[in-house]
Design a protein around this ligand. Structure first.
Ligand code: GLP
Length: 227
């Protein structure tokens, strides 16, 4: 097996890839994740963009999901503000969130569709907030968060009881419509579910398994998953 790259090195490489994409297609439409997984990626996107004086003015950004009834500081919108939009002074008219737009899918389509979507994976196989079991034919919709997801995210809140019970998320079809998908999975805790998603049967019990149906998927891990 080739030597393993660390989360940090992978995040640096993907940040460079994204900057390359934006250099080639300045008006790229990009689906953005939240959570612990992409933190280093945003750090590099910010520092490398400043270093290389990248012009983000024509690009558009689409949050993948959002809690329903969360205090502002706990929302994914706030996360993206803090980690990406604010540091790069990105025009907020180019930043969109599924909770603010009535028909997110029609809106995304009207903008020309997603060129790139970056995804993490939940320990139960969720992508964005498509919790198992999840049929393939879903577009942006409201969901109830799985108990295990609320538990996994409780450290972002004061207590488990404060974690919202519902969220709005891009659906599986929304994600699969993206021209390119980058899936990130860091840490041993994600190993089993990722392996099942990529090698197991495509099925509702592991929503990430639907990614097998995508023709332009790149997967990056720090635990030596071999494709
Ligand atoms: C979250 C998000 C997902 C994310 C996943 C994994 O709560 N809704 O978009 O990919 O769960 O989170 P983490 O990266 O913190 O492990």
């Amino acid at each position: 097996m080739a030597s393993l790259l660390t989360k940090d090195k992978i995040s640096h490489k993907i940040a460079l890839d994204i900057l390359e994409l934006v250099a080639q297609s300045p008006d790229a439409k990009i689906g953005l994740p939240t959570g612990r997984t992409p933190e280093a990626l945003y750090k590099y996107l910010v520092s490398l963009s400043r270093e290389k004086k990248v012009d983000w003015t024509k690009a558009k950004f689409f949050g993948l999901d959002e809690y329903i009834n969360a205090p502002n500081a706990k929302t994914f919108k706030f996360y993206l503000e803090k980690n990406f939009y604010q540091p790069l002074k990105i025009d907020r008219n180019s930043c969109f969130n599924p909770i603010d737009i009535e028909d997110y899918d029609a809106f995304i389509k009207a903008q020309g569709g997603l060129d790139l979507t970056i995804l993490g994976i939940g320990q139960n196989g969720h992508i964005a907030f498509n919790e198992p079991p999840c049929v393939k034919h879903t577009w942006t919709h409201c969901i109830e968060l799985a108990a295990s997801t609320r538990e996994a995210n409780k450290n972002f809140f004061e207590s488990l009881g404060k974690v919202p019970e519902r969220a709005v998320t891009m659906g599986i079809e929304t994600l699969l419509s993206s021209k390119k998908i980058i899936l990130l999975a860091f840490g041993e805790k994600k190993h089993e579910i990722l392996k099942d998603a990529l090698d197991g049967k495509v099925r509702a019990e592991n929503p990430a398994s639907y990614l097998q149906l995508h023709k332009n998927l790149s997967v990056f891990t720090d635990f030596g998953y071999e494709t």
